[in-house]
Write a protein that binds this ligand. Structure first.
Ligand code: HPA
Ligand code: ZN
Length: 338
């Protein structure tokens, strides 16, 4: 349950121009769309109804979520599916006053099923263009490697992406973290950086603080996705603060995947107060019970964040985004004025 917030904070959260930096587009696949796409393509699902599917969204940890998340992806087959998925997210994000989003996609989940890289990217890019034309919502694509798969598989994926490089801004690293350290992908990330792609990686979600340091040192990432376990290493926390390395934190995801027992226990407020460039994001909102504004509201209520902290969080996301300076300055002053 999301506790009630004072009305001025509700209004502030609604009004904040938001930048979303940790969003898996496949994680925006709502049960209604899963069912509709399954019927359209004649896919047999384990779940017979929207309610049954939504009822299955009870997770003990990251892996129990990933099993359902990858199963849901099976209904995404053609360019229109990827378009429909992304335009639905952009429309929902626009309703939350998201003005810019840097979104992940997991091509290996699709190419492994015989869906071409071009099918995925063409659908996403068409939705990006429509979102900008309709709502002025700009976006970038970050191609993620699945860390439970091999280095060879990641290299093959990078190769498949070559014809579409102009559509990509960065590369990321996601999926099951434990036992799959960043160093496993050091050579792939070196190659991706040489191709002009900006590196980010999930680290310190379920994995140890050492994976955060490894992602910084060996993958040269410019942001850490999640990163909440950084506080197991005080020297690392100091370094993240001094360097203003952004952490793309996802509070409702952390709650749903049992990374924290209670939102009130979340270290987001402490990390923010310690000067880290903490941001709030929704990760896989169709599965975790809330989009970005829900994450702001739930976190503000659980941690007692005030207006200044909420504005700082929104400004951190502007600082952490890959935006031209003029847009950055404009958004920062828009937030200041609220
Ligand atoms: N962690 C790792 N892999 C993921 C996630 C996440 O939160 N969401 C989708 N793939
Ligand atoms: Zn994620």
């Amino acid at each position: 349950m999301i506790a009630a917030l004072p009305a001025p904070l509700e209004r502030l959260i609604a009004a904040l121009p938001k930048v979303e930096l940790h969003l898996h587009i496949e994680g925006t696949l709502e049960p209604e769309m899963v069912m509709a796409k399954a019927a359209h393509h004649g896919v047999d699902l384990r779940w017979g109804s929207v309610e049954a599917l939504r009822g299955a969204y009870q997770f003990a940890d990251l892996q129990s979520f990933l099993d359902i998340y990858y199963a849901g992806c099976d209904v995404l087959r053609d360019e229109q599916d990827f378009y429909d998925l992304a335009i639905a997210y952009f429309e929902r994000a626009h309703a939350d006053r998201v003005v810019h989003a840097e979104i992940f996609f997991d091509p290996q989940t699709h190419t492994a099923r015989g869906v071409a890289m071009g099918t995925v990217i063409d659908g996403l890019v068409r939705a990006q263009r429509d979102a900008e034309a309709r709502w002025g919502l700009t976006s970038k694509l970050i191609m993620c490697f699945l860390r439970h798969l091999s280095e060879d598989d990641a290299f093959a994926t990078l190769d498949l992406a070559r014809p579409y490089l102009h559509h990509l801004a960065g590369v990321g690293l996601d999926s099951g973290e434990r036992g799959n350290p960043p160093a496993k992908f050091e050579r792939v990330f070196t190659a991706a950086r040489a191709m002009g792609l900006t590196p980010v990686a999930h680290a310190g979600e379920e994995g140890p603080a050492a994976y955060i340091r490894e992602a910084l040192d060996r993958l040269a990432v410019v942001r850490i996705d999640h990163g909440v376990r950084c506080d197991e290493d005080p020297a690392l926390v100091d370094e993240l603060a001094a360097r203003r390395v952004p952490l793309t934190v996802c509070p409702l995801s952390n709650l749903k995947l049992c990374v924290v027992k209670d939102l009130a226990d979340h270290n987001l407020g402490r990390l923010l107060a310690a000067g880290l460039c903490v941001t709030i994001n929704s990760d896989d909102p169709a599965y975790f019970g809330g989009y970005i504004a829900d994450n702001y509201r739930a976190t503000a209520a659980a941690l007692g964040l005030d207006a200044a902290a909420l504005k700082q969080l929104a400004q951190n996301a502007v600082e952490a985004a890959w935006l031209p300076l003029t847009r950055r300055v404009q958004l920062l002053s828009e937030i200041d004025a609220l």
